[in-house]
Design a protein around this ligand. Sequence first.
Ligand code: 5AD
Ligand code: SF4
Length: 473
Amino acid sequence: MFNTQVSEKEHDEARQGEALMLENKTEKNDARRLYIESYGCAMNFSDSEIVASIMMDMGFQTTSDYKEADVVFINTCSIRENAEQRVRNRLKEFTSVKVKNPGLIVGVLGCMAERLKAKFLEEEKLVDVVVGPDAYRDLPNLIDKVDDGNKAVNVLLSREETYADVSPVRLNSNGISAFISIMRGCDNMCSFCVVPFTRGRERSRDAYSIVKEAEDLYDQGYREVTLLGQNVDSYKWSSEDGSDSVNFAQLLERVALVSPELRVRFSTSHPKDITDEVLFTMSKYENICKYIHLPVQSGNSRILDIMNRTYDREWYKGRVDAIRRILPGCAISTDIIAGFCTETEEEHQDTLSMMDYVVYDYAYMFMYSERPGTLAAKRFEDDIPEEVKKRRLTEIVDKQQQHSHRNMLAQVGKVQKVLIDGYSKKSKNDYAGRNDLNATVIFPVDERFKPGEYVNVLVERCTTATLIGKIAE
Ligand code: 5AD
Ligand code: SF4
């Protein structure tokens, strides 16, 4: 009894102490400003919104000018060597500010932090803090350590962390479109890819917290959400008592039901996992956008095998056929890697002929870049000469440009439902928005309609990247 009372009292004192510390912490950080810059995939941009939320809870404010910041974070990407190079160059600019202002805290977050760990602090002496993608909750501690004059590192990966309860602070938002992270990590082990090493094991976020986030966004006036995951089709969440279990098609449906006025997009789909159930759910709800990002990587079965993609050319074509059958007119985009290890000319031709088969609306195209520690780096020689990779990539890019243009032309003469994003970059007399297929549509401003509203636009002409039209009465 006595012991309990004492410990309760101690507990209360400790709690008061904690409250005081929190107050101090907030006070200490009150006038402090955070600048955060993100590189790489949408997931990184989404993570930066989690980081901003955690830092604002500590009392920080955000700033869009790094020169007036007390803490500068760079959220990094490791996917290709040139992505890392770009980050290092930018980091040099930040650390040069630190030379003049030694109080500035410079932090490296994300995939490069995870890949290089404490080595980063040796390589870049002016960096103070290194934080991996699963360790952002530890930021209050890490910043304290730095304030006490130490360097700080946390790159622990987690099997559970989904930041489900952290409300992202929307950065650089137009108030209309937002990302919702639905899962983290990747279990696929594509042989070229560093992501499973930098983002850890796959885990799915609580479905209720996802739907709640979509509802909150809708209530705040957002009209488009993009559900994000490295491999959304393997989303699988069950409640603790096992009474509720949700797969990706079911999650998509729950988010679509938030409001018919809320557009739902998602990325990325893996060809081995995308199910007919997902395609049927897409066809059932008008507000689920008819756009699928389905990375092919290569059109050749032997290359797909050594990439460890676990599907072959025929399987991929079968999935495209299913999309065409269930969702006629659905846009398909892709990722393609040119010059993977041992790729022959004939195998490269298979990629080009796959492009002819699908006629992608859009493609992200890359030269293979060997990443340390990946299965491909261990198993195969990066043996395709740079100039051959470049030439193959050029052939792929040229073909894609023709296909993009062909797909754009096919939309001319049609009336399309467009969500207005804001003014066009080129002229305040025009609005820019996107149609269901995610193509940008430009049309003259009509004061009856505001950004965030839907409007029907008759497409009159196009360039390779943009549709141009007028409001259809
Ligand atoms: N080299 C080139 N491209 C890569 N990607 C992933 N890893 C590499 C690499 N080592 C591409 C893939 C993937 C996209 C996100 O980046 O096409 O789908
Ligand atoms: Fe990388 Fe493959 Fe996972 Fe995509 S699915 S993140 S390419 S390992």
